[in-house]
Design a protein around this ligand. Structure first.
Ligand SMILES: [Zn+2]
Length: 248
């Protein structure tokens, strides 16, 4: 094995692609987090309103810690809103003095364009779950194979190539392929949720500049998933190259 080749062909491009996408999502989010959505609701009320409008009254909403850790959990039917999106570390505990002054005062908007976009995207996932979106179903079905594949596969491939037991390496490559498929199946799920999100926010009056902002935030988020799929594919091709080179 040639580690120099691995660094140039896999590690460096992966770091560049992933770093670019992460930077882009951070700067885009920060930009639109300063712009008021014009929707006079806080993050939790906005999430509730969107879910109820879709008939998803059974979906719970919970605060969660971290930056942009917002997600929809299809198993528990829970939509989790991060502190960054809901606007403060004191989320989850009700503070009446804060509630009394939660009308926009010119500082942080009550519900920013960025926060509205992220919440609407997660509601999009909840709708996909109810509609039994085929891509979402495939994605959830292959999770166990992916967890096994992405953990063990590289070792099988490296051991197989090193020991010249190519059968072992091929088994590893097939297992790794499941992980690659997973990252690509994620793309239609994410893009689908963002498409729904844009329809939700524009129906609630986020139009013009604000709709462009929401689109920007969702597009930046989508690029992080594209980056993950590309880096998985690059790694797969490198492993394939190792095995094929060994056979010759
Ligand atoms: Zn998503």
């Amino acid at each position: 094995m040639n580690f120099g080749l691995y660094i140039v062909l896999v590690m460096l491009p992966s770091i560049l692609i992933t770093g670019w996408a992460a930077l882009r999502v951070r700067t885009t989010y920060a930009k639109w987090a300063k712009v008021d959505s014009g929707i006079n609701l806080d993050a939790f009320d906005f999430a509730r309103r969107l879910l109820d409008r879709q008939g998803l009254t059974d979906v719970q909403i919970e605060p969660t810690s971290g930056q942009l850790t917002d997600h929809y959990d299809p198993r528990g039917k829970v939509l989790r809103v991060s502190q960054a999106v809901s606007g403060g570390p004191q989320l989850g505990s009700y503070d009446p003095s804060r509630a009394a002054v939660s009308i926009p005062t010119g500082g942080q908007p009550r519900l920013s364009v960025a926060a509205a976009a992220v919440i609407a995207h997660e509601v999009g996932h909840a709708v996909q779950d109810r509609e039994r979106d085929p891509w979402m179903t495939v994605r959830m079905t292959i999770v166990p194979a992916v967890q096994f594949g992405s953990g063990v596969a590289p070792w099988l491939i490296i051991a197989g190539v090193w020991l010249n037991v190519l059968g072992l390496a091929w088994v590893g490559l097939i297992a790794f392929a499941a992980a690659v498929v997973f990252t690509f199946v994620t793309l239609p799920v994410e893009i689908g949720a963002s498409g729904k999100a844009l329809a939700f926010v524009s129906s609630l009056g986020m139009v013009g500049e604000r709709e462009i902002g929401a689109r920007d935030v969702l597009k930046a988020a989508a690029w992080t998933y594209v980056a993950a799929a590309l880096t998985a594919l690059i790694t797969f091709l490198y492993y394939l190259m190792l095995i094929v080179a060994r056979r010759d």
